[in-house]
Write a protein that binds this ligand. Sequence first.
Ligand SMILES: Nc1nc2c(c(=O)[nH]1)N[C@H]1C(S)=C(S)[C@@H](COP(=O)(O)O)O[C@H]1N2
Ligand SMILES: [Mo]
Length: 213
Amino acid sequence: MLNKMFGRREQEEQVKLEGRLPPGQALTQRFPVLHYGPVPPFNPQTWTLRVFGEVEQEVVWTWDEFNKLPRTKVKMDIHCVTRWSKFDTEWEGVSLKTLVDEGYIRLKPTARYLLQHCEYGFTVNLPLEVALAPNFLLATHFDGQPLTPEHGYPLRGVVGHIPGQNYKTPYFWKGGKWLRGLEFMAQDRLGFWEQAGYHNEADVWKEERFAYG
Ligand SMILES: Nc1nc2c(c(=O)[nH]1)N[C@H]1C(S)=C(S)[C@@H](COP(=O)(O)O)O[C@H]1N2
Ligand SMILES: [Mo]
């Protein structure tokens, strides 16, 4: 596996040989921070996650309640549209699929898309096919530690590629940092970057970076 003893170029050569480096991407050993606007504060007394839209019943979880939901760990390669990729990243949190399968969220049959609502009105959309796959997680921890504020503390969506599996993999922007709401929708609605011209599907293997040109 990838070993800290190797330099960036050697690691990149290795993942390339393994077929894990998508076109136009370069391996980074750092963890760049990218977002629009400021990092929001977090107050565990007032924070809630609201689940609404095409659901049988709306749910609002407090931070305490959210932390009692069943938890999952997943290791993924993440690919940013700005061309950095980070391999074997370890995430822990709550699987949306588990919440649906175990009845914590009861979807209406009309639900087909997810809109992640984040602090300051930031949004990002995904088809349910992606949001309910094992490579999408509502993450509270990265690398065994709570998320840092700039990476989305206390809760963010993450989506990446699980090596050896064929789930559709969008670019990393499809995970919203500082999540506050999950809206299930019958029809697709474009999120913040998608409205700004980024590709709606954003498949890393097809290099779907921009909607036009
Ligand atoms: N709330 C929020 N989430 C966001 C964004 C944002 O602007 N606001 N930017 C997205 C983009 S463009 C990227 S590349 C990733 C970056 O995550 P990172 O800073 O943890 O690397 O977050 C995504 N999630
Ligand atoms: Mo991005």
